[in-house]
Design a protein around this ligand. Structure first.
Ligand code: NAD
Ligand code: ZN
Length: 401
């Protein structure tokens, strides 16, 4: 095949360069590798239906980067689009939790959004696309999250079509944020986006001043979001964590991620009994701090009862509107003096923190890669989404061959 010939040619050039010391024959840092003329994308063309389409790979502009996609996680947002198209994007190439290898870049591209040099062969993730908004900056942590910004995988279709990570190739255009994450393995790179959500949530929680090394922390909801929350807490040195869910398999996974106690809410009738079980899990104390990681309004109302007077709450479970919750302002917030923070998506700074988190989590032996329970090739993307909707696993990913 053509590809193999090109690779062999390159290897021969490198070997010759090494023998003769001829620097000119060595691959250039910003040199480009051969790419095919067309690329496949998985386009959502109707509710609950993707078609695999093939489009020409366009010219790469001076500020653009062409990335060969290695894989992409299926997110809750993709599930909403697949089922209901709430953002009215159909036809659309979805996939925002993707990663791959740079195969071609424009002459103006020298470094990633954190200033790290970029070259062909580097592994990258994209974050958001700037819209000339000076409030969204790399180094201003709590100024503004990336809500409202454009991201690849949630863009309207256009003449280029290579707009999402459920594809063979994606064209990252000038003005986008991109990070060089060559030092992370494929599964870690696929988990960056959901992990950034929890880095942000924990940073928001820290602003209350209540979350400390020896805090007793309750995490309600053990889907991917709650499980990663536990991993982030554990990685930063918090060691007294009670996980609350109704699925025993997920509670068992929570222990592997660092939870020290678990409470199955289905085993306790009524909120008083449930709060009593959380209290008992901490040896007769309520939680100093709690993270709400379900999209259930009832779970939101319940969680105040798990928290001690003067404690804190981070609510992050409602990425989309899940309806109203009924709480008692006197008992739940006012008389207990609970400090609450909301958390939604992340800042660019959180993205950079996430790369370090993933290395540390691996370093202390947390089985992050086991979060990806099912993988599918691109042409089985409909099956991948159905598996996701059936909640058969935790994180589903498309892995390109
Ligand atoms: N803040 C953000 O930016 C952000 C980003 C992504 C996702 N989210 C939200 O986080 C939530 C969790 O995401 P996920 O992917 O882990 O979802 P998921 O559905 O896989 O997990 C939710 C878990 O909560 C459990 N649960 C449901 N009701 C409960 C109750 N009353 N008490 C205890 N546990 C209960 C379920 O058994 C399940 O394990 C979603 O609602 C999503 O909208 C927020
Ligand atoms: Zn996502």
């Amino acid at each position: 095949m053509d590809m193999n010939n090109v690779n062999i040619e390159e290897i021969v050039k490198q070997v010759l360069a090494g023998m003769t010391g001829d620097k000119a024959a060595a691959p250039q840092a910003s040199g480009n590798t051969a790419v095919p003329k067309t690329a496949r994308v998985a386009m959502l063309t109707a509710l609950e239906h993707y078609d695999i389409k093939e489009y020409p790979i366009p010219e790469v502009g001076d500020g653009d980067i062409l990335v060969k996609v290695e894989g992409c996680g299926v997110c809750g947002t993709d599930a909403h689009e697949f089922k209901r198209d709430p953002f009215s994007l159909i036809p659309v190439v979805l996939g925002h939790e993707g990663t791959g290898e740079i195969v071609k870049m424009g002459k103006d591209v020298k470094a990633d959004s954190a200033g790290k040099p970029l070259k062909v062969g580097d592994k990258v993730v994209s974050c958001m696309i700037f819209k000339d908004n000076p409030d969204i900056t790399m180094f201003d942590l709590n100024k503004q999250n990336v809500g409202g910004a454009d991201v690849y995988g949630l863009l309207p279709d256009d003449d280029i079509h290579l707009n999402g990570w459920f594809s063979d190739y994606i064209l990252i255009r000038k003005g986008s944020t991109i990070f060089n994450v060559s030092d992370l393995d494929l599964y870690s790179r696929i988990l960056i986006e959901p992990c950034a959500v929890l880095i942000h949530a924990v940073e928001r929680a820290k602003t209350t001043g209540i979350l400390r090394f020896n805090s007793r922390v309750a995490v309600q909801g053990c889907g991917p979001i709650g499980l990663i929350c536990i991993a982030v807490l554990r990685t930063m040195g918090i060691e007294n964590i009670t996980a609350v869910d109704g699925e025993q398999k997920r509670l068992d996974f929570a222990r592997m991620m660092g939870a020290t106690q678990t409470v199955n809410f289905k085993e306790h009738k009524g909120i008083e009994a449930l709060a009593g079980a959380v209290e008992a899990s901490f040896g007769g104390h309520l939680a100093d701090f709690a993270f709400q990681c379900t999209g259930s309004p009832v779970a939101h109302a319940n969680i105040y009862k798990f928290i001690r007077n003067g404690g804190g709450l981070c609510e992050l479970g409602f990425f989309i509107n899940g309806g109203d919750a009924t709480i008692n302002p006197h008992f739940d917030i006012c008389s207990k003096e609970i400090t609450t923070v909301g958390s939604w998506v992340y800042t660019l700074r959180d993205y950079a923190t996430t790369f370090d988190f993933l290395k540390r989590a691996k370093g202390i032996g947390l089985p992050m890669d086991k979060l990806i329970t099912h993988t599918f090739p691109l042409d089985q993307i409909n099956e991948a989404h159905k598996t996701n909707l059936a909640m058969e696993g935790l994180k589903i990913a498309i892995i390109n061959q």
